[in-house]
Design a protein around this ligand. Structure first.
Ligand code: GAL
Length: 841
């Protein structure tokens, strides 16, 4: 009896657990219209936040701001080389704590979209592939190759199993509603031929076999095999149609701006244009959209891709690199999200009828039961349109979309921004009495005896590709060879030279231990879609002095982020590819001695950086720092160290590295990334006129920072700082002067707005009091933010006094932009009236 009872109890418990499990599970399916959550069609607004590009301490705040911005989901890639830096040795700590990140998303009540890849692109070093993968015998990446497929399956399974273990798939009650395999393979597939096709079919099968209980997606894969859903990436995706009637129209990457490269300008994409793209997408039947990026963040350590991706990955995203609201983008999109959510039923269940009008205007009506919503789009880049609909007149500015609730009331127009523009500033570190004069100690990077004598850790005939030699464990690789000369040698002359061809990004030349200078590739090729040739220093020629007898030539090659995109991007050579030649110039005659096929010795990394780890507080070798005597500036391979107090408060912290050349920086032993303030962007292309939001965006439109260093400010996450004394270490490669280096905080200095009547204006100083109203006028104010002026008409009430009363001393304030508040403005005739305001924080 007792046995039967306990058997029954046991069965009951199992059943109960099963039902609880079923009750907790979220069913995610899809039809041709949308993703269905527990059988209901949904509009899903999502944003990319890559966990290793911020810190776990930042995640809750970023995710909260994403939620407040009206997002339903957070999307991230999974970064293979961050998690498996050495084969079968894994790292899921700190910024790499994927599970903690997804749980933070879950705690905020948002869904997650997991792009496992494991190829990511993402301007991430080597597209996320570990370089040891490239060095496995017999491997070919991203094609029908067993060695690669086994590794890809191994890593994918590891991630899926970890996620399952923590019940994080929606099918287990977790937040993950979609997963992605591969990434934009369709863009680069054709050179891989039939093997590419076989590979993508294998990817689909392998993914399905993981049995995750939620749908899989493949982006930019127009031949995605069922049941993979193919999705669109780009600045616009309204013309996209999935390849199967049962696949909903989904947009995995709406690029909110663009990334920055060393030597490049800073890209911006207007809030109006991002909103236009989103509204056009939902007008044309789209139901899931993801911002790439919603928060771009920082490429810490050696994580940035290449060549030449900068440390800041700000992306002009709705949340800036440090996590501040990037206004007006964040707010303008938040309003759009709220309108789209309010129309969820009609957008996902309604009938859609679109009527094309003249001049690139389209009117789309969604109707469901008794409700309806309309979109009127105007794709014309210069002409505003006036449309009569249901007896009412609507004016649609060029390159904009109006959304009409019940097909009557305009509740949103993508070109009418009613959100403040925040003006971010940096402030000196008030914790320091004299913030500008940090006290420095320094030491030279020691060129080891081995290098001077040309002894490496191994030797080979000929030149070895850098990735093959280093496994990318360092940016640096020494190539060393010995040359015996006597005065009868064919090249012996008064004018002897060395000529080096290198695919490495930077090259330093040493002869017999003497530094002959450096060179770097500076014609950045841009985002070379489809281009798969190499990039580096074509030919670097230097005069050298050789002695009779034994000479040691040591070439130091450095990479600045490995290529991350293109067909066969993984095969693009890095390092000194040759030829390496000695030249003897006698009058018109040049004699060449080719060293390419010599015996070369190889040594990965630099002594202080890779072996002694001088940046680390725990390094026993970090002695012999000199703080007095002949302080060295503008010398290559030099270390600098200083201490500083953590800035007071909670504002994000940056270090301004103006004056430094190129190198890497650490705060309390933690890497804040590579730096390169000496790399200055070109002079041309920053004209403000070029930043009309109307017309197709591309990454050369709306750039700023012409003629200035690409990046002088480097993010120091608050969690890297201690309350008392902190240490900054710089490894300077090219030569710099740290005297101007200083710590600063990033904060809002003021804000301005130009809001149409009928809306409310909300002003905020991000938690600080508004100190002054600098300008206010209701009517037809002129000019742009920072330089507003009164127009030809104004309301009868004193706008400045109204705003001062409502806002000064408060952290936020709100006013209705109406004649009732600002007085009769009939002198403005029938112009749309606007309130322009500028405040100081
Ligand atoms: C896409 C890619 C992303 C990212 C983006 C540009 O092609 O899928 O990972 O690289 O371009 O930022």
């Amino acid at each position: 009896m007792a046995a039967t009872l306990s058997h029954k109890t046991c069965t009951l418990t199992i059943l109960l657990a099963f039902f609880v499990y079923i009750a907790l599970a979220t069913q995610v399916t899809h039809d041709g219209r949308s993703i269905l959550i527990n059988g209901e069609r949904k509009i899903i607004l999502s944003g990319s936040i890559h966990y290793p590009r911020s810190t776990p301490e930042m995640w809750p705040d970023l995710i909260r701001k994403a939620k407040e911005g009206g997002l339903d989901a957070i999307e991230t890639y999974v970064f293979w080389n961050a998690h498996e830096p050495k084969r079968r040795q894994y790292d899921f700590n700190g910024n790499n704590d994927l599970i903690r990140f997804i749980k933070t998303v879950q705690d905020a009540g948002l869904y997650a979209i997991l792009r496992i890849g494991p190829y990511t692109c993402a301007e991430w070093n080597y597209g996320g592939f570990p370089v040891w993968l490239h060095n496995l015998p017999g491997i070919e990446l991203r094609t029908d190759n067993k060695v690669f497929k086994d590794e890809m399956q191994n890593f994918t399974t590891l991630i899926v199993d970890m996620i399952k273990e923590e019940n994080l798939f929606a099918s287990q009650g977790g937040p993950i509603i979609l997963a992605q395999i591969e990434n934009e393979y369709g863009n680069v597939m054709s050179p891989y031929g039939d093997a590419g096709k076989a590979y993508i079919n294998w990817c689909a099968k392998m993914a399905v076999a993981q049995n995750i209980g939620v749908p899989w997606i493949m982006c930019q894969q127009s031949d995605a095999p069922q049941p993979m859903i193919n999705t669109c990436n780009g600045w616009y995706c309204h013309d996209f149609t999935p390849n199967n009637p049962n696949s909903p129209k989904m947009w995995t990457e709406n690029w909110t701006g663009w990334f920055t490269n060393w030597g490049g300008k800073l890209p911006h994409r207007t809030a109006e244009d991002v909103a236009y793209a989103v509204a056009r997408f939902f007008q044309t039947g789209g139901t899931l959209q993801n911002y790439y990026m919603y928060h771009g963040g920082t490429n810490f350590g050696r994580t940035s891709g290449g060549p030449y991706i900068a440390t800041s990955y700000d992306y002009d995203a709705p949340l800036d690199e440090y996590g501040n609201l990037n206004q007006p983008k964040w707010g303008h999109l938040e309003q759009l999200h709220s309108v789209l959510h309010s129309m969820e039923k009609v957008l996902t269940y309604g009938d859609i009828v679109t009527i094309a009008m003249n001049n690139l205007v389209n009117v789309t009506k969604y109707s469901y039961n008794n409700s309806s919503s309309c979109f009127i789009s105007n794709d014309n880049t210069t002409n505003d349109a006036t449309i009569l609909l249901g007896g009412q007149k609507y004016t649609i500015p060029a390159w904009s979309v109006s959304i009409l609730q019940d097909c009557q009331k305009e509740v949103y127009n993508t070109a009418k921004v009613n959100t403040q523009t925040s003006m971010m500033v940096t402030k000196p570190n008030e914790a320091e009495e004299e913030p500008r004069s940090l006290a420095w100690s320094w030491r030279r990077e020691q060129i080891s005896k081995n290098v001077v004598q040309g002894r490496g850790s191994f030797a080979a005939h000929g030149l070895i590709e850098q990735k093959a030699a280093t496994n990318d464990t360092s940016d640096y690789l020494w190539y060393m060879t010995r040359v015996n000369l006597d005065k009868n040698d064919i090249i012996w002359s008064d004018d002897m030279r060395i000529r080096v061809n290198s695919s490495g990004h930077v090259l330093h030349i040493y002869v017999n231990g003497q530094d002959l200078g450096y060179e770097y590739a500076n014609d950045y090729p841009g985002y070379d879609y489809g281009k798969d040739d190499s990039y580096g220093i074509n030919s670097f020629e230097k005069k050298i002095k050789l002695k009779a007898g034994k000479n040691v030539i040591a070439l130091l090659s450095a990479t600045v982020g490995l290529k991350n995109y293109g067909a066969y991007f993984d095969m693009v050579p890095t390092g000194i590819t040759g030829p390496v030649e000695l030249l003897g110039v006698r009058g018109d005659e040049t004699v060449i001695k080719n060293l390419t096929l010599h015996t070369w010795s190889y040594l990965t990394g630099l002594q202080g950086l890779d072996r002694d780890m001088l940046f680390s507080e725990r390094s026993v070798h970090a002695t012999r720092w000199r703080s007095s005597g002949d302080f060295r500036i503008n010398t290559t391979l030099t270390w600098y160290k200083t201490t500083f107090k953590a800035p007071i408060g909670t504002d994000p912290v940056v270090v301004d590295l103006t004056g430094m050349g190129k190198g890497a920086a650490w705060v309390n032993g933690q890497s804040i990334g590579r730096y390169w303030p000496a790399f200055v962007a070109g002079e041309d292309g920053c004209s403000l006129d070029a930043c009309d939001y109307r017309g197709q965006y591309d990454n050369n439109k709306c750039v700023t920072n012409c003629g200035k260093p690409t990046q002088t400010l480097y993010h120091v996450p608050r969690s890297f700082l201690k309350d008392d004394v902190n240490t900054l270490v710089l490894f300077e490669e090219f030569g710099g002067n740290p005297s101007q280096v200083n710590f600063r905080t990033v904060t809002i200095g003021g804000a301005c707005a130009k809001v149409y009547e009928g809306n409310s204006l909300n002003l905020s100083c991000n938690g600080k009091p508004i100190s002054e109203v600098k300008f206010a006028s209701y009517g037809d104010p002129q000019g742009v933010c920072d330089s507003f002026g009164k127009g030809s008409c104004e309301g009868t009430n004193d706008a400045h006094a109204i705003l001062t009363k409502a806002c000064v001393g408060k952290e936020t304030c709100s006013v209705d932009v109406t004649e009732a508040v600002f007085g009769d403005a009939s002198n403005c005739s029938d112009k749309a009236k606007r309130l322009a305001v500028e405040i100081v924080c």
